[in-house]
Ligand binder design. Structure first.
Ligand code: CP
Ligand code: NVA
Length: 305
């Protein structure tokens, strides 16, 4: 078991299932107005190099619900790598707070912070991975059906969100079809790690380029933005590259009654149509809701030991 939550691949299947179960019971309690103060008096520093609605609010509200307190840190205030080294920031924070969540461009920076901090570090999204999203997705799928009975299709860009979904699938032995353009496949490093994990778990991960092949007969169709944070200069060219990968009614016609997933923020008319995103098959706000509970389960797991 890792000190940190940088990647779902650092955790065992048993650990991930038990965090997902805990998230579901925290959700039940939350809906009944109960706030179990399991992290009374604990503090969480939250460092964001990129914009965020969901990750910021769910961590700050989440730690407050558990009896603790969140402190937002912005790059211009603390200057990691300019005002002082990442190692000094990590060591200083470790003397004051109980945990750090970091959203950075570079995945290596989060790994470095985790190495130098004595406190747990949580990956709040990097260019490579988005493990908190993957945990919320697991909790959301489990609300609909047994995840081990489900087939999931991801259609679009081979980005951080699908990288973490692939690793989740590989650890837990799930079934995932991925359709991306050949030029925008998921990370090779992630695929290699997933291949070895899948040998042990029995996961089935199918990579291709045809969205119709990917979605046939699946239970969930997942997509994400074509232009991730930091890629804004490529927005126009990406609209061309991914045009055939839009999740719309025509694509969904190749499934029986698949639910539609999206980590948000969404771009209606690009990766998904408004009719689909706002339609009856969409479970995107359940995913957003589950960020809160999945992360509270992660916080408890890292801090209550
Ligand atoms: N899905 C997600 O991480 O949203 P934010 O970028 O708003 O945090
Ligand atoms: N792939 C997106 C996810 C946003 C939550 C990005 O990195 O911008």
């Amino acid at each position: 078991m890792s000190k940190d939550f940088l990647s779902v691949a650092d955790w065992s299947a048993d650990d991930l299932w038990s965090m997902a179960d805990r998230a579901a019971s925290l959700r039940r309690a939350h809906r009944e107005g109960k706030r179990p103060r399991t992290l009374e008096g604990r503090t969480l520093a939250m460092y964001f190099e990129k914009p965020s609605l969901r990750t910021h609010v769910t961590f700050e509200a989440g730690i407050a619900h558990l009896g603790g307190h969140g402190i937002l840190l912005k790059p211009e205030q603390i200057g990691i790598g300019t005002r002082e080294t990442p190692a000094d920031v990590a060591r200083a924070l470790s003397r004051w707070v109980d945990c750090l969540v970091a959203r950075t461009f570079s995945h290596e920076l989060v790994e470095q912070l985790a190495r130098d901090a004595s406190i747990p570090v949580i990956n709040g999204l990097t260019d490579l991975l988005h493990p908190c999203q993957a945990m919320a997705d697991l909790v959301t799928i489990a609300e609909v059906m047994k995840p081990t009975d489900a087939t999931i299709a991801y259609v679009g860009d081979g980005n951080n969100v699908v990288n973490s979904l692939i690793l989740l699938t590989a650890v837990l032995g799930l079934r995932l079809n991925v359709a991306t353009p050949e030029t925008h496949r998921p990370s090779i490093r992630v695929l290699e790690r997933a291949r070895s994990l899948a040998e042990a778990s029995g996961a089935e991960i199918d990579l291709g380029a045809d969205p119709i092949d990917a979605v046939k007969g699946v239970d969930f169709v997942y997509t994400d933005t074509w232009t991730s944070m930091g890629q804004e200069d490529e927005t126009v060219i990406r609209r061309e590259i991914f045009r055939a990968y839009q999740v719309n009614e025509d694509l969904l016609a190749h499934t029986a009654n698949a639910r539609v997933m999206h980590c948000l923020p969404a771009h209606r008319g690009e990766e998904v149509t408004a009719a689909v995103l706002d339609g009856p098959r969409s479970i995107v706000f359940d995913q957003a809701e589950n960020r809160l509970h999945a992360q509270n389960a992660i916080l408890e797991r890292l801090l209550m030991r």
